[in-house]
Design a protein around this ligand. Structure first.
Ligand SMILES: [Zn+2]
Length: 348
């Protein structure tokens, strides 16, 4: 499938970079950057405009996408029943602080997924690429979250099996590759067209490496205790262990819930740290995920009381019955105790 991308004369979008990003993620679609500047004669645009647009029809594209600042007659972002789709950035600056280029990548992902995945879009704001965007400002959340929800992923996968033609169009992995780049850039208020740089490539390479790495212990903690946890993690590393710590393993823009859900089943022990800050909100979510994964297995949960606790912390009920490591005690060495607990569970 070939998709060509254009600007009209009301807008400037870095189509060269956008096609580069799209082509770096997609094998089944070839995106082409066209130098031709389109002229839309009407004041507003509509489905009819899409059908009648003057584009050099000699080109071989299956789909043509045209970006404009002109408004749709129904104020939508895009709408078409032909193979030319006009995408409207009307009053963009009032809808988001993010650049046009991020929007361009968002809309291409969104229109491809709606072409390919059957059924209605989400009518509420979920952050999924198949949100209908009832409120136009939801596009801002959409670009920052830029993900495809598990329901839509399974629709995409099932669709592939049923339809041979669509099988060659788009895979979940290809779509996620684009969305990850988009959310990485958007969350850091960066123009997605600039991410084709070395810093991003390095981050991506590191990520690929850690995905194949084996970890010994999941470090479940309250964000407020981060400094203490980093110090403990370093001591565990000195003892030859490889702890999984979110700040070291999750890149900006990654879907951290997914990342954590993926790592928990592949790890044999989890240390649950409780300090003077108690249990934090996300800490609590992690504990639940760990509990459901660990419930019917021999995997080991190790509660750890951090050294900054002046009085005994209130541990959640289920943790109270377990042997815990108290970092306030200096003898026996709590790091050694924790190391032994982790090593014992890796031998299960
Ligand atoms: Zn969805």
């Amino acid at each position: 499938m070939i998709v060509s991308i254009y600007n009209d004369d009301t807008i400037s979008i870095n189509i060269e970079s956008i096609t580069k990003i799209l082509n770096s993620c997609m094998r089944s679609i070839n995106f082409i950057h066209k130098d031709e500047i389109i002229k839309i004669n009407s004041k507003t645009v509509s489905k009819k405009t899409c059908r009648s647009l003057e584009i050099n029809k000699t080109n071989e594209s299956d789909l043509r996408v045209v970006f404009t600042e002109k408004q749709y007659d129904n104020n939508y972002y895009f709408q078409s029943d032909s193979n030319t789709i006009i995408v409207s950035f009307y009053l963009w600056k009032h809808l988001t602080t993010l650049p046009h280029n991020n929007g361009a990548l968002y809309f291409i992902s969104s229109l491809l997924s709606s072409e390919i995945i059957p059924g209605t879009k989400h009518m509420t704001r979920t952050g999924c690429i198949r949100d209908f965007l009832m409120e136009k400002t939801d596009v801002d959340v959409g670009m920052r979250s830029a993900y495809i929800c598990p329901d839509c992923q399974s629709l995409l996968r099932n669709n592939k099996q049923e339809n041979d033609y669509q099988k060659n169009i788009l895979t979940t992995e290809e779509l996620m590759c684009i969305l990850n780049k988009l959310s990485y850039a958007s969350r850091s208020e960066t123009d997605v067209a600039t991410i084709v740089n070395d810093a991003y490539k390095t981050a991506e390479r590191d990520l690929l490496q850690t995905d194949n790495e084996k970890f010994d212990v999941f470090m479940c903690h309250n964000n407020k205790d981060k400094n203490n946890i980093k110090a403990i993690s370093n001591k565990l590393k000195q003892n030859g262990l490889n702890p999984w710590l979110d700040i070291e393993q999750i890149l900006p823009g990654e879907i951290w819930q997914d990342k954590i859900e993926n790592i928990i089943p592949n790890i044999n022990s989890a240390a649950i740290f409780v300090g003077k800050n108690g249990i934090g909100p996300w800490h609590n979510q992690e504990i639940r995920a760990i509990l459901s994964e660990f419930a019917n297995s021999n995997k080991r949960l190790i509660p750890v009381i951090l050294p900054d606790c002046s009085k005994p912390p209130i541990l959640p009920l289920f943790l109270r019955q377990m042997h815990y490591v108290d970092m306030r005690d200096l003898e026996p060495d709590p790091i050694e105790l924790l190391t032994r607990g982790i090593v014992a569970s890796s031998e299960i």
